[in-house]
Design a protein around this ligand. Structure first.
Ligand code: AMP
Length: 301
């Protein structure tokens, strides 16, 4: 079976939407990515760190899905990464009220022995210093390395972020982050500027307006799945990356055509993610649910 290696935060999230508030639920980029990817027929592993405050029952969520967590470190005397986010009335805009990096600050990641040559590597959202350390342990290069990041790291670690961007094959980034990273207001121009920073492909995520894949020669636009009721957009970008990476791992490819298909899978997994709080939306679905929405999206193209 093909292998997918994921690094990213495993976190506590407190989330406030116009209707509801949840406190300290399981979240984090690696959590959303790995749970979405586990719906595909692959072997996967997560590299991350949590504190002594992390409940044991949460480890079972990963184990039940056969996600290898031998490199999910527990720092007994430390506190788990904690994020608080609040959504505006239209749910398209989100403010980060707090980011506590905690145990992530001094994290020294170690790649599990049987994952040093994965088919696909996802450098999910976390400190670019850690993303660089993981990438340096991977030999030979995977079929495709996918990077996700966010404004927090542009504000706090731009130098290392530019280094990692120069080394990856594909970057997933949302519309506001394209503007922040490039200083350009046009997404098409911004995406082209990012291609010049190193990656062969850029995927711009545009929330309910779908996503755009760009390489030096081609552009592909994918609509979002029309979800009836968005409960919580948290983790949509990560679930998108999980579906995308899950599909690319099964086909072991990095061609433009396969990334186009992978985007439909990512769009499908992201649509389930926003239908529940935290991981609830993605937790209860199976592979057939993903396929049904991929078929629907395909008909919209
Ligand atoms: P998304 O909605 O796809 O942007 O992902 C939100 C998830 O990312 C939440 O579960 C958070 O725990 C996690 N997160 C928030 N801020 C950061 C950050 N600066 N670095 C890594 N993960 C983060």
């Amino acid at each position: 079976m093909n292998r997918l290696l994921i690094v990213g935060t495993v976190a506590f999230d407190s989330i406030e939407t116009p209707d509801t508030r949840v406190d300290k639920v399981l979240g984090g980029a690696a959590t959303h990515i790995s749970i979405s990817a586990s719906l595909f027929n692959i072997n996967s592993a997560v590299i991350s760190i949590v504190g002594g405050d992390f409940p044991t029952k949460y480890f079972e969520i990963f184990k039940r899905r056969n996600i290898d967590i031998s490199s999910l470190k527990i720092e007994k005397n430390g506190k788990t990464f904690y994020w608080i986010g609040k959504y505006a009335k239209n749910m398209n805009q989100r403010d980060t009220l707090k980011t506590e990096v905690n145990v992530l600050e001094n994290f020294d990641p170690v790649v599990p022995e049987n994952f040093t040559s994965p088919n696909v590597l996802v450098l999910g959202n976390l400190d670019p210093r850690v993303q660089l350390k993981v990438m340096s342990q991977i030999i030979p290069p995977p079929k495709i390395t996918i990077l996700d990041t966010m404004n927090f790291w542009m504000d706090n670690a731009m130098e290392n972020l530019k280094k990692i961007i120069s080394k990856v094959d594909l970057i997933c980034i949302n519309d506001d982050e394209v503007k922040q990273l490039t200083g350009l207001n046009s997404l098409a121009e911004g995406a082209r500027k990012i291609l010049n920073m190193g990656p062969n492909y850029v995927i711009v995520k545009k929330g309910e307006y779908g996503s755009m894949l760009v390489d030096k020669l081609n552009t592909f636009e994918c609509p979002a799945f029309p979800v009836k009721k968005v409960k919580d957009p948290t983790g949509a970008g990560d679930s998108f990356a999980g579906g995308l990476a899950g599909y690319l791992t099964t086909v072991n490819s990095s061609s433009f055509d396969d990334i186009k298909k992978a985007i439909m899978y990512g769009t499908s997994t992201a649509s389930f993610s926003v239908e529940g709080f935290g991981i609830n939306g993605i937790e209860k679905i199976n592979y057939n649910d993903i396929i049904n929405r991929v078929d629907f999206i395909n008909k919209l193209l």
